[in-house]
Design a protein around this ligand. Structure first.
Ligand code: ADP
Ligand code: TYD
Length: 212
């Protein structure tokens, strides 16, 4: 870094199958960062932009389209999340803000590659990976049965991706994607099967090593 250059913020992306506890951990990490007086911006994908809401309508079955179109929409929503003028992530990071994200491009690699070749999905997201790679991807790894039990307790509406065999496939493709991008991406795996507080403690150990 040359003299006078502003310090960039860190970018932490949470990954995991549905019900792995990502949203819970993003909330607990946010509480912790507030306590530590570390500035951050927490956000998620799919977003609540017009592209994101179209994705939500597809996920809940209100709008139907081909899986290849869904993969392209996720990539488009992601680029908009990075680059839009209102709350684009890239500008925040460049201004020194730390960003915590619930899902980023590894979600596309893992979920969309169940239906579309993984190479295609990785390629479709190359703009995003070239613009902004996470400082670290935190993968909350959990047994799909446990994830499903958690989801069943709280959710009435069964979403597209929430069947058990599908979750097991998605977990496998996460592992395949991490394998493929070994040496390119920073990935930290956290055991998500423990209590909320146990997982939060492991997450904090990782985040601390990058933020403090
Ligand atoms: P995700 O965002 O990955 O889908 P959530 O954080 O929404 O997962 O968690 C799914 C459900 O499981 C929620 O009801 C949440 O309260 C519960 N939960 C999250 N983490 C744990 C945990 N470690 N142990 C038990 N239940 C959990
Ligand atoms: P949502 O209910 O918002 O999140 P979560 O289950 O993590 O609490 O649903 C997001 C769904 O979208 C989830 O099933 C994963 C899926 N998804 C993809 O298939 N590809 C992607 O690129 C992203 C970001 C999400």
């Amino acid at each position: 870094m040359w003299k006078g250059q502003a310090m960039e913020g860190k970018f932490i992306a949470f990954e995991g199958i549905d019900g792995s506890g990502k949203s819970t951990q993003v909330r607990l990490l946010s509480d912790r960062l507030r306590k530590e007086d570390i500035p951050f911006y927490a956000t998620m994908e799919p977003t609540d932009s017009p592209i994101g809401s179209l994705i939500h309508q597809i996920m809940t079955g209100r709008v139907k389209t081909d899986n290849k179109v869904i993969a392209a929409l996720f990539a488009a929503d992601r680029l908009d999340h990075l680059l839009n003028d209102v709350n684009g992530i890239v500008e925040k990071i460049n201004n020194g803000m730390n960003v915590i994200m619930d899902r980023y491009y590894f979600s596309s690699y893992a979920y969309q590659s169940v239906d579309v070749p993984m190479d295609w999905v990785i390629h479709a997201n190359e703009q995003s990976s070239a613009i902004l790679r996470p400082t670290v991807n935190i993968f909350i790894d959990i047994d799909p049965d446990t994830a499903l039990e958690r989801i069943a307790k709280t959710r009435f509406q069964k979403e597209l991706f929430e069947e058990k065999s599908r979750l097991a496939l998605v977990r496998q493709s996460y592992i395949e994607a991490f394998d493929r991008l070994q040496g390119v991406e920073q990935v930290a795996v956290v055991d998500g099967n423990g209590s909320t507080q146990e997982v939060a403690r492991d997450v904090w150990e990782i985040v601390k090593s990058y933020l403090i």
